[in-house]
Ligand binder design. Structure first.
Ligand SMILES: [Zn+2]
Ligand SMILES: [Zn+2]
Length: 445
């Protein structure tokens, strides 16, 4: 029970669950017990008690046993709205906001692959992994593309990089006027590192780029790889009071890492995909937030996906981290909050993950579902859900664009054109034909 001693966050007098007994008299003579969270009725900061039963996923409640972790019991705690609305809350200078853009495998409608957005009070934005489906989540978060230019890739399984082309494309056409900086480990062969991966992304984008170059500001087409040799923990980024440290982790073969971000006395670790490792433990001591993979118990894959028990155990126990193994990492790390991701989230699946973790760890845990959002300050760690607006438009950032001298086409670059026989098949509309003629005369077509 080291957490109750060290963090002073559990007030057993404050029960989360309010039990209301409603007696339906007469007709059937039965008693119905209605359970509802007190937190719906109280300020968010009042919800300090630890629970053992998680809510069902895909609702308005995060899958956590403790929504508010108090780091400083003498401080006045900040109230947060019950859910986070993109763009509606400014960060204090000493504040971090970490949002799960994707938490699972494979990508499903309700759960993208791995990706985490980290916004800092100094205005900087960091993206850890660009898993398949995460760009769609990023696009509802109200973060302009110009600010999302630092990517840290843990390893090159497709589920962790699948949306790099999407960030590349949508940034080009939505005001990113500086390079996408992509940090990643080298492998034991040149083909396995981030340098090669970025080169291959350019090859993938050859046709795409040819149609657009000349029509868009050329700065949006820049990707810059930052490759490092993952033999030991090392600083890979340092600027503006932010330090990002990469450390090797065991995941299949050489060339997978986790990252630790330190900012203004606050910290988070994103361990990527890995078996439980002393390296992760060593580099995650006392962080505010550790994001660590945790697979579902093997029986979930047997029951829900028809896997054999042996296959389920090979995947969930020998390639990845089981809930019981994650507990060992968390217990040795002593984080403010532990976030388990990479499991399949569906009704009924989060609770067995928490129960497994509970066999060896008694601190605050959140089972990650997409759009779980965590605010970290010197005083507290608050876990909520994003109020997702699926039709949100991508935000523009006129100030940023003006500061970069505007978004300008490069007249020296010519986009690809249609052969005349294909152009001739286009059904003419007079107003549009006149506009095309004007573009042609200006050398833009
Ligand atoms: Zn992996
Ligand atoms: Zn993965």
């Amino acid at each position: 029970m080291h957490h109750t001693q060290e963090r002073d966050q559990i007030d057993l007098a404050k029960q989360v669950w309010l039990r209301i007994s409603v007696f339906i008299g007469g007709l059937f003579g039965i008693v119905i017990h209605v359970y509802c969270p007190i937190s719906d009725m109280q300020p968010y900061k009042g919800d300090l008690a630890m629970t053992s039963i998680l809510p069902e996923p895909f609702g308005t409640d995060p899958l956590t046993n403790q929504r508010v972790v108090v780091k400083d019991s003498t401080a006045t705690l900040k109230d947060y709205p019950y859910q986070y609305s993109a763009g509606a809350e400014s960060l204090a200078v000493e504040e971090m906001r970490v949002t799960a853009l994707g938490t699972g495998y494979p990508a499903r409608r309700g759960q993208a692959c791995a990706g985490f957005l980290c916004e800092l009070g100094n205005g900087e934005v960091f993206i850890f992994d660009a898993g398949t489906g995460t760009n769609g989540a990023f696009n509802v978060m109200g973060v302009p593309y110009g600010r999302a230019n630092k990517f840290f890739i843990s390893h090159y399984h497709i589920d962790h990089i699948g949306d790099l082309p999407a960030y590349y494309d949508f940034g080009q056409s939505n005001g990113r006027l500086e390079p996408m900086n992509i940090y990643g480990p080298a492998g034991d062969q040149a083909a396995y590192g981030i340098d090669a991966l970025v080169e291959n992304l350019y090859k993938l984008a050859a046709w795409h780029d040819k149609t657009k170059k000349g029509n868009l500001d050329p700065r949006g087409f820049d990707m810059v790889p930052h490759q490092f040799v993952p033999d030991l923990a090392q600083v890979v980024y340092e600027a503006n009071d932010v330090v990002v440290t990469a450390f090797p982790v065991p995941h299949g073969m050489y060339g997978a890492v986790g990252y630790r971000l330190d900012y203004a006395g606050m910290s988070m670790v994103y361990a990527g995909d890995c078996e439980p490792s002393t390296l992760t433990v060593d580099n995650s001591q006392n962080v505010d937030l550790i994001i660590h993979e945790t697979f579902n118990p093997p029986q979930t894959y047997v029951d829900k996906m028809g896997w054999t028990e042996q296959m389920a155990k090979i995947v969930a126990w020998t390639k990845h981290t089981s809930p019981e193994a994650a507990a060992k990492v968390y217990a040795r790390t002593n984080p403010g909050l532990a976030m388990s991701f990479h499991g399949t989230i569906a009704p009924g699946t989060p609770q067995p993950i928490l129960d497994g973790i509970r066999t060896g760890y008694d601190g605050p845990v959140v089972v990650a579902q997409d759009f779980t959002v965590i605010n970290i300050t010197p005083e507290q760690i608050v876990t909520r859900m994003v109020d997702v607006v699926p039709w949100a438009f991508i935000v523009s950032d006129p100030e940023y664009i003006a500061a970069k001298g505007g978004a300008n086409q490069d007249p020296s670059q010519q986009p690809g054109t249609l052969p005349q026989w294909l152009e001739d098949t286009v059904i003419p509309v007079p107003e549009i034909e006149a506009f095309k003629k004007q573009l042609f005369e200006e050398g833009m077509r």
